[in-house]
Design a protein around this ligand. Structure first.
Ligand code: SF4
Ligand code: SF4
Length: 359
């Protein structure tokens, strides 16, 4: 059975309280013992899109950097470029934006190195024993890292129900091509009766796959890469896709990419889920969202499946519905977790170990 360590926090915890909890958790899981001198230690995070304020705070990342530095000087923060247009669409914009959100080297003490190069196509193809894919395309620098620390901010997610550790691994550390392969299951359509032809989706689509047809939006199937961005920007609920089958396939492919990311790093991966400021949509949204449930605390584990299961369980215990059930009740986030179990990445069974943190 996997172990998940939990440091509970009061609602609206101060940053100092969150940092104290992180320090206790990384001690509890013996992070130092996993690092040997000269290991390349990658810390995967999400700096939040332009107007997002609910992402994990830089101070928490600094606490992890400081601990990792006690064993190795080769510690770096890392991320990949997004498929959609925004402040994180390429390495240059992403790094400038990360600096703006407080993740600069002078504050954190570690450089930020984009794992997938300048434009998202620096990758390594990793062979996996998957059900949908036999190889997955992973951001190159992450494949070269020795130790991987993944810091996730659980939220609801429009396409997968839950966006937490498995999503941060599978989607967040895939190259552009790897992300596209995962999204290829999504084939949206415009519901013409609802379309007001505001043109927002036409302007937002990264592939110019939406055109005008009779004063309505129309999606060109041969150009659409299934990124789902049009679903997020349409304010009139005029774009649909088949949630049932397509979300399941997306989640399973995401788990397979997550498997490719951690392959070869057995015993060298640690996952933190920060259950603070949990919102209905992910930190990729360019808006300042409000949290939808009270804050709970921070989790750490060596099992990416168990930590996400614990996230669902703890949020359900506190609110009678899990974070995913509140955010997107039509989606079942267990698909990604169950697929992770099938691949041998982790377990749905876990022991929750309370680590005393300051109240
Ligand atoms: S965003 Fe929605 S309403 Fe606007 S053009 Fe696209 S489908 Fe139509
Ligand atoms: S039409 Fe396809 S490529 Fe364009 S935003 Fe929608 S899902 Fe993405």
């Amino acid at each position: 059975m996997s172990q998940v360590f939990y440091a509970s926090l009061p609602d609206n915890p101060a940053t100092d309280q969150q940092v104290a909890a992180v320090k206790k958790l990384i001690t509890a899981i013996k992070l130092r013992e996993m690092i040997v001198p000269d290991d390349f230690v990658a810390i995967k995070l999400h700096v939040g899109e332009a107007n997002n304020t609910t992402h994990v705070k830089p101070e928490l990342i600094k606490a992890i950097v400081d601990e990792a530095h006690s064993k190795s000087g080769n510690v770096f923060l890392t991320e990949t470029s997004t498929l959609y247009k925004g402040e994180r669409e390429n390495a240059v914009k992403h790094l400038l934006h990360a600096h703006k959100h407080g993740f600069g080297i002078e504050r954190i003490g570690a450089p930020f190195i984009m794992a997938d190069g300048l434009t998202g196509n620096s990758e390594i193809e990793v062979a996996i024993d998957g059900i949908h894919d036999r190889t997955v395309k992973i951001a190159r620098e992450i494949a070269l890292a020795d130790v991987l620390i993944v810091v996730s901010h659980p939220t609801g997610h429009l396409q997968t129900g839950l966006g937490a550790c498995l999503k941060n691994l599978g989607m967040g550390l895939a190259s552009r091509a790897g992300k596209l392969r995962q999204h290829s299951a999504i084939m949206p359509e415009v519901i013409t009766a609802r379309c007001r032809f505001c043109k927002k989706c036409l302007n937002w689509c990264p592939e110019a796959a939406i055109v005008e047809s009779g004063q309505k939006g129309f999606i060109l199937r041969d150009k659409c890469v299934g990124c789902g961005e049009c679903l997020t920007v349409c304010r009139y609920d005029a774009i649909k896709y088949d949630w049932g089958t397509e979300s399941k396939l997306l989640q399973q492919r995401m788990a397979e990419h997550a498997y490719g990311v951690v392959k070869g790093k057995e015993g060298k991966c640690v996952y933190l889920n920060v259950l603070v400021n949990m919102t209905g949509d992910c930190d990729c949204y360019d808006t300042d969202q409000s949290k939808i449930i009270p804050d709970l605390g921070i989790l750490i584990s060596k099992d990416p499946v168990a930590i996400d299961k614990a996230t669902l369980d703890l949020t359900r215990e506190a609110n009678s519905k899990s974070l995913a059930e509140i955010s997107y009740p039509e989606l079942d986030p267990l698909h990604q977790l169950e697929h992770g179990v099938k691949l041998g990445m982790g377990s749905l069974e876990y022991e929750l170990i309370n680590v005393k943190s300051e109240k």
